[in-house]
Write a protein that binds this ligand. Structure first.
Ligand code: MN
Length: 137
């Protein structure tokens, strides 16, 4: 497997301030350059303005939920192959398939595990959307 690039540009779309703060802390500690949005529409606007290397996206979001965000990203020529990782507390059977069908590349379960989060995210960095891959966990 390729080493993930350092100093990746990562967009975090998350409406929960505590989760946002934790993810930002963990990813900034690894040297990544972050941008932020607290709802789905704002997330799309930030992504369209400057396509990042990877997007971390909450599933339950104001204005546009995560499924709608990732579907819109997949329609955009500059964003269609950017890896998008869902961060979600959903745990029911079938949710993983629903997330992948919507266009996510994988998901990371909440609560966020500080010991593994950055490594899990970095595992998606070198993968273009649409290439065969295993998802986290
Ligand atoms: Mn949320």
């Amino acid at each position: 497997m390729e080493d993930p690039p350092l100093n990746a540009r990562i967009l975090i779309i998350e409406d929960n301030p505590a989760n946002m703060e934790l993810m930002a802390y963990l990813l900034e500690a690894r040297g990544h350059q972050l941008s932020f949005a607290a709802d789905g529409e704002a997330g799309l606007a930030v992504a369209f303005a400057e396509p990042p290397d990877l997007i971390v996206c909450d599933v339950h979001l104001p204005r546009l939920d995560g499924d709608a965000v990732v579907m819109a990203l997949r329609q955009h020529p500059a964003l269609c192959d950017v890896p998008v990782v869902a961060v979600t507390a959903l745990a029911m059977v079938g949710d993983r398939e629903k997330l992948l069908a919507a266009g996510f590349d994988g998901y990371i379960s909440k609560p966020i595990e500080p010991e593994t989060f950055s490594q899990d995210i970095e595992g998606f960095l070198s993968r273009k959307h649409g290439t065969p891959q295993a998802t986290a966990r």
